[in-house]
Structure formats: structure tokens, C-alpha cells
Design a binder for this molecule. Structure first.
Ligand SMILES: [Cu+2]
Length: 91
């Protein structure tokens, strides 16, 4: 039992290292007032695997860093779209 616990604890830092951090910039539609970026930010932060969200109201973009092992850009665009702000990955 004790050995198992130690093995689990030892494996944890490896799991952290195994995360694949990525950053994507989304072009977000419908952001018309200063409150919109907050809604967009919240919708993205709810997606499991999202680390940080930075919404630029002037540029109409959301820059999201996420764990590529847990989520994909499609899930991010879906989240903002469901919140009323259709988005697409900016190329
Ligand atoms: Cu608004």
C-alpha cells in the first residue's frame, strides 16, 4: 500500500511534464461593449484544459493557452460560439 502511494506521488511530476502547452489566437465576433470580453473569457476558462485566457477588445481576439492533451481549438471556438460569440482560429 505504501509503495503504491510512493509510486503514485513519483509519477505526478511526470504527468505535469507530459502536458503539451499550446497557445492559439481566436478571432471573436459580436464583442460590442466592454462587458463582452468578460463573457468570452469566462466561457473559455470553463473549458477543461484551458490555462490562461487574454481577451483583446480592440483587436477582437482571444489568446488562449491550453493543454493540447486535454482540449483542442475546436472546443474553444465551440465554447465562445455557445456563449454567443462565434470565433475562429486566427491564422
Ligand atoms: Cu457586451
Amino acid at each position: 500500500m505504501r509503495k503504491l502511494l510512493i509510486a503514485v506521488l513519483a509519477a505526478m511530476p511526470l504527468a505535469v511534464l507530459a502536458a503539451t502547452p499550446k497557445t492559439v489566437t481566436l478571432a471573436v465576433q459580436n464583442m460590442t461593449c466592454e462587458l463582452c470580453p468578460i463573457t468570452v473569457k469566462k466561457s473559455l476558462e470553463k473549458v477543461p484544459g484551458v490555462n490562461t485566457v487574454k481577451v483583446d477588445f480592440d483587436k477582437k481576439t482571444a489568446t488562449v493557452s491550453y493543454d493540447a492533451d486535454k482540449t483542442q481549438p475546436e472546443a474553444l471556438t465551440r465554447a465562445t460560439t455557445n456563449a454567443g460569440y462565434p470565433s475562429a482560429v486566427q491564422k
